[in-house]
Ligand binder design. Structure first.
Ligand code: ZN
Length: 351
């Protein structure tokens, strides 16, 4: 930093400032090498900017496909002004001197939409606007979301059955976040659209949460069970699964997505549940009591769903979940490495 060419003259430091002159311990201004000339800050700033601009999106974990992230749906809402023009813009100031505070709200249920008479008449805002600007924006958002996803069309179809005039049924796809130009000039159904938008947002949030769920889950949560029997020879016979000992009623989770192919009584198992994954693998859960079977045959489940509760029915010496994995739906394989292979940590074997 102590470059000689850009360095201010020493006299610049202590001209008229006695405190900057040589101090008692003998150091002078030219020895303070940490002083960075102002013009060098620009260089650092430029370098930092280049670095900062080079950083793109932060890393995020893999997601299940098919569901756009919230950032991909919409951020900006564009709503044409003529969406709001029906009553408010035709004759907003039909008498000189009309003021904004001289209107009365009209209940949404009122079909005639009577206006208050009198000289100082200003078109009432649509009844849906009772909440003011915030409500307007919220409704705009709801309408935009609905329009962008096709729900707008459904609404219009429904409206045809009511006393509303029929409108164009086809809504052009203007892209996410942009309301189509033609659909509704009648603001009475904006509340409906808002509800539709809210429902859609809720649905999307649920889908988004679902998209983050893992593909493989421990049948009994890690920490909630003891790994008491391996896939190995035991008592003169072969034990074709693993035993996860846990208190009665401990939730049992589907290890994979899939369809329930068996749910009910089975010899030796007390009751069992079989879930067939899309790749053909069948996972088997056993020893539940009959009231500990939460699913039924044909039901679709997602990995992690609670499908039953730990019992001790059948050939069982204590409460546990007997878990098997049948490769291709046929061959019983060791569940421990299968779970590990799919990222599921197994508790230490306690025997
Ligand atoms: Zn077992």
């Amino acid at each position: 930093m102590a470059t000689t060419q850009s360095r201010p003259a020493e006299s610049d430091f202590h001209d008229g400032n006695p405190s900057l002159q040589r101090s008692a311990d003998g150091f002078g201004a030219e020895e303070i090498t940490s002083i960075i000339p102002i013009d060098e800050f620009d260089r650092y700033e430029t370098a930092y900017r280049a670095y900062a601009d080079s950083i793109t999106e932060p890393w995020s974990p893999p997601r299940r496909p098919s569901i756009p992230s919230p950032a991909e749906t919409t951020q900006d809402i564009l709503l044409p002004e003529y969406e709001f023009d029906e009553d408010t813009h035709h004759d907003p100031f039909d008498v000189d001197g009309a003021e904004y505070d001289d209107y009365v709200y009209v209940p949404a249920a009122s079909p005639a939409r009577p206006r208050r008479g009198g000289r100082h008449r200003l078109a009432a805002p649509p009844s849906g606007l009772k909440g003011g600007r915030a409500a307007l924006i919220a409704m705009a958002a709801g309408a935009a979301v609905a329009a962008a996803t096709g729900q707008f069309t459904a609404h219009q179809t429904e409206d045809k059955a009511s006393d509303q005039p029929a409108r164009a049924a086809v809504v052009p796809d203007t892209g996410p976040g942009v309301v189509a130009g033609t659909p509704s000039k009648d603001l009475r159904n904006f509340a409906d659209q808002l509800a539709a938008g809210e429902a859609l947002a809720k649905d999307n949030a649920a889908k988004d949460a679902a998209s983050r769920r893992p593909f493989y889950v421990s049948p009994v949560a890690l920490g909630a069970y003891d790994f008491t029997s391996c896939y190995c020879g035991r008592w003169g016979s072969f034990h074709a699964g693993i035993d996860m000992a846990a208190p009665l009623g401990t939730p049992i989770h589907a290890a994979t997505d899939g369809v329930v192919v068996e749910a009910g009584p089975a010899s030796g198992f007390g009751n069992w549940i079989q879930v067939k994954a899309p790749d053909g693998t069948i996972t088997v859960y056993g020893h539940m009591f009959s009231d500990g079977v939460n699913v039924s045959k044909g039901q679709h489940v997602t990995a992690g769903d609670v499908i039953g509760h730990v019992g001790s029915d059948g050939q069982s010496t204590g409460p546990h979940c007997h878990f098997e994995v049948w490769k291709n739906g046929v061959t019983k394989i060791d569940p421990a490495p299968w779970l590990a292979q799919h990222g599921v940590v197994l508790a230490g074997y306690t025997g």
